[in-house]
Design a protein around this ligand. Structure first.
Ligand code: IMP
Length: 186
């Protein structure tokens, strides 16, 4: 099946193409969709659906979108759907704000969550969620990855996501888990 991935993030497209290797994956731009869909939903699933529906409607093709973020227990699930916009600045600013807000906090438990939505031109919809658990360190470790990776010490890998090889991270990551679920359903 031909599936349009509703993201402009090349890293995500590569990971999705690897997991959904039985299907033809094309980017939104390759399929002629250049708009940025605003993430106005209150949950990861709502945002993923919003993006997938918009792209599927515009192109009359099956469209896949994801939305993800970091949820910290001691902060009541924050930054959550606001993970990318937490500080209003760069990824480094977001990490600095997270450390500041967790200063002196003993409970450092957190998880990454990813919702993936696949919307077909006839209106059928599939939504799945993947999750990966860990703790937020008191200082950064590792230079790989992006976002909050250098602060997230993975329960599965016993290292931060920024210290892990890309393949090892994908094997346990929220996005990898969501996409593999979707691949199975297809
Ligand atoms: P989005 O799914 O592209 O909207 O990403 C939301 C934000 O969540 C990113 O900008 C990162 O700050 C954070 N995030 C999502 N997944 C990861 C990850 O695998 N590692 C580190 N940060 C992530």
């Amino acid at each position: 099946m031909r599936i349009v991935v509703a993201t402009h993030n090349a890293h995500k497209v590569r990971e999705i193409a690897e997991i959904l290797s039985d299907h033809e994956i094309v980017t939104a731009a390759e399929a002629g969709f250049f708009e940025e869909v605003e993430e106005t939903g209150a949950t990861f699933a709502e945002n993923a659906l919003l993006k997938a529906r918009t792209v599927s409607k515009a192109l009359h093709l099956a469209a896949l979108a994801d939305d993800s973020g970091l949820c910290v227990d001691a902060l009541g699930g924050v930054p959550g759907v606001y993970s990318a916009r937490y500080s209003g600045g760069t990824d480094a600013d977001n990490r600095a704000l997270l450390l500041k807000n967790l200063r002196g906090e003993k409970n450092r438990r957190a998880h990454f969550c990813c919702a993936a939505a696949l919307v077909f031109p006839d209106g059928r919809e599939l939504v799945v969620e993947g999750r990966t658990n860990g703790v937020i360190l008191e200082e950064e470790r590792g230079t790989g990855g992006f976002g909050y990776d250098s602060l997230f010490f993975s329960d599965d890998l016993k290292k931060t996501f920024a210290e892990a090889e890309e393949g090892d991270k994908n094997a346990v990551s929220h996005r990898g888990r969501a996409m593999r679920q979707l691949a199975k359903m297809l």
